[in-house]
Design a protein around this ligand. Structure first.
Ligand SMILES: Nc1ncnc2c1ncn2[C@@H]1O[C@H](COP(=O)(O)OP(=O)(O)OP(=O)(O)O)[C@@H](O)[C@H]1O
Ligand SMILES: [Mg+2]
Length: 256
């Protein structure tokens, strides 16, 4: 069993798409937890609904029987706030309860009892606040680790100019808190990558001090089900269940 906190260098960088791709590739049972969903009304689809659209209903081959079985995918949201703001502000303005590290750690622990993999998707970037005490996703990850669970963090980054700085800052903030950084994934690799994007393939792991573990192609989130599974396999490295090869990908991009 493992617990992976998925954060990003900012909002709209592809955390949900990457989370869905990892869930699609995961062998056993998977839970996706969104501690605080902002910017959606009570009846609107949030990030967990997007995970179901992309990664739900996939089947997994059972080697012993050669029969396929539906993969177990559990989704959970702890709080939802209608305004597209940081969770602490959105909660305050809506007069709704805030969520803190203890509540998240307990929810993860509960899910971890019944699932092989628990994915936790943050709101925005790593240091976005969830409550009036200033707790962030990093505090949630630390509280989860304090319960004895094997916590790692994945950072989703953009491809182009500016990503080296935000990725380095995020990696440094994780290091300062003693949180293990599993790697970096580019959430949306452009169809026609510019010079900065191509150079960043080598520079991102260097500034992060962690490996590049994938690059999902632009358009990855168009279709769910089997096509998405194929995109996930081709776009994520073996450490995340896929077949993406960093060196081969970088070499192919330099030739383009
Ligand atoms: N590889 C991709 N190709 C095309 N569009 C993408 C890709 N990845 C993400 N997108 C689109 O970009 C937008 C942001 O992606 P996503 O929702 O995954 O970001 P996020 O980091 O989870 O954002 P949030 O901070 O709101 O949770 C979405 O509209 C999504 O469909
Ligand atoms: Mg998201």
């Amino acid at each position: 069993m493992s617990v992976l906190f998925v954060t990003g260098t900012g909002t709209e960088v592809g955390k949900t798409v990457v989370t869905s791709a990892i869930a699609a590739l995961a062998g056993g049972s998977v839970a996706v937890l969104k501690p605080g969903q902002t910017g959606v009304g009570p009846d609107e689809p949030g990030d967990t609904a997007e995970v179901v659209r992309l990664a739900g209903g996939l089947t997994t081959q059972q080697p012993a029987t050669q029969r396929s079985a539906t993969r177990q995918l559990t989704i959970q949201e702890l709080a939802r706030y209608p305004e597209p703001l940081a969770p602490d502000t959105a909660a305050r303005r809506a007069g709704l309860p805030q969520i803190g590290p203890k509540q998240v750690a307990e929810a993860v622990a509960e899910l971890a009892q019944r699932h092989d993999l628990v994915l936790v998707e943050g709101a925005g970037g790593l240091l976005v606040r969830y409550d009036d005490e200033g707790h962030t996703l990093a505090d949630m990850a630390l509280a989860t680790a304090d319960l004895g669970l094997p916590v790692q963090v994945l950072v989703v980054a953009t491809a182009g100019l500016g990503t080296l700085n935000t990725t380095a800052l995020t990696a440094e903030a994780l290091r300062a808190r003693g949180l293990p950084l599993l790697g970096i994934v580019v959430g949306c690799w452009p169809r026609d990558p510019d010079l900065a994007s191509r150079c960043n393939l080598a520079d991102l792991p260097a500034v992060a001090g962690a490996p590049l573990l994938g690059a999902l192609p632009q358009g990855a989130a168009t279709t769910g089900g089997a096509p998405f599974l194929a995109v996930a396999r081709a776009g994520l490295a073996p450490a995340l269940g896929g077949q993406w090869d960093a060196a081969a990908f970088a070499a192919a991009q330099q030739r383009n």
